[in-house]
Design a protein around this ligand. Structure first.
Ligand SMILES: Nc1ncnc2c1ncn2[C@@H]1O[C@H](COP(=O)(O)OP(=O)(O)OP(=O)(O)O)[C@@H](O)[C@H]1O
Ligand SMILES: [Mg+2]
Length: 311
């Protein structure tokens, strides 16, 4: 049975529709990646799944149970790591975990054992008596995760848990996600970093402007953009006339120019290369290097929406 089911879920604020008739089923055991740019509607969707926001329309079921009709029943099954930290700066790390675990109904010996387990899991055992106000951003994030997992939920939902933290904590979190999954939890992992989603997720949903633009395993999604290729060209300086000409080329679908890089989305890079070199040399643009990049989720996102995942 699916652990999460969304049926035409919509959220409206006046005329803005951050989540627009979203249908989605997540199977038990998945690491589901929810990918989308800023403002796509990821957090709004997640908050509705967790029961913190009511949909304007549509139904959400966790484990077959309607979130709006039985909020307590469904909340017990979920561990939620919100995008904005939810920890108390003046409680110790351990006290924070105990606080949240009690909310989920743990007590006595079990409570303490699960707190130990959660601290160990996020690598904060040594710092358990310290207060998070003394922690680095990455440590706070890890504590936030520990607070969400101590009650061993079936479903763990993480909303951008790696934004703005050091690479070491980031890797630690990504490894933790995989470990939580192998020990039996289904994961929903929200991010706008496609590298992370590619690295850990078994299936990906791409959200943009409140709608699901694509859904599938990475391989399934990549097949849809197999013909599209990315060329990265380092140049000494940009030339507007050259850019205009590249943009007009029938086999170049997108041109993204930054200070000294040109990113071209092309079909059949082998035969188009001559055209590109000709255009650049005609406008006296010096090429420093040229690289072909395998299609990835970034390519897919651009081909679906005409925009980049990150600006
Ligand atoms: N309470 C609210 N009232 C009005 N509009 C809102 C409200 N909450 C969110 N929105 C709008 O809904 C849209 C989606 O926001 P949401 O936070 O779900 O995006 P997101 O995909 O999580 O983005 P990010 O990557 O920046 O976290 C945004 O345009 C936002 O301004
Ligand atoms: Mg968000």
């Amino acid at each position: 049975m699916n652990i999460v089911e969304l049926d035409r879920v919509t959220k409206r604020y006046g005329t803005s529709v951050p989540v627009d008739h979203l249908d989605l089923a997540i199977e038990r055991g998945e690491i589901f990646g929810f990918l989308g740019p800023n403002g796509a509607g990821k957090s709004t969707s997640i908050k509705m799944i967790v029961g913190l926001l009511k949909p304007s329309q549509g139904t959400i079921k966790i484990d077959g149970i309607d979130v709006n009709k039985h909020p307590l029943e469904t909340k017990k099954r979920i561990g939620f790591v919100p995008q904005d930290l939810a920890i108390y700066p003046n409680l110790t790390a351990r006290e924070n975990i105990l606080f949240f675990a009690k909310l989920y109904g743990l007590s006595g010996k079990e409570l303490n054992a699960r707190a130990d387990e959660a601290l160990e899991f996020v690598g904060l055992t040594e710092r358990q008596q310290d207060k998070p106000k003394e922690f680095s951003g990455g440590m706070k994030r890890r504590l936030n995760i520990a607070c969400a997992i101590a009650h061993r939920p079936q479903l763990i939902i993480m909303d951008e848990p790696t934004v703005g933290i050091d690479p070491q904590s980031r890797n630690h979190i990504l490894e933790s996600v995989k470990k939580l999954n192998t020990t039996g939890s289904t994961i929903i992992y929200t991010s706008h970093y496609m590298e992370e989603v590619e690295a850990i997720c078994t299936r990906v949903g791409i959200l943009d402007q409140g709608q699901l633009k694509a859904l599938g395993t990475k391989n399934e999604l990549m097949k849809t953009v197999a013909e599209e290729e990315r060329l990265l060209i380092q140049v000494t300086a940009q030339n507007p006339a050259a850019l205009a000409e590249l943009q007009q080329h029938p086999r170049i679908s997108h041109v993204i120019a930054e200070e000294q890089t040109l990113e071209l989305y092309v079909s059949d890079s082998q035969t188009i290369l001559q055209d590109i070199l000709f255009i650049l040399s005609k406008h006296s643009v010096n090429i420093q290097s040229l690289q072909r990049i395998e299609p990835d989720l970034e390519t897919l996102f651009l081909s679906l929406t005409g925009r980049k995942l990150r600006d």
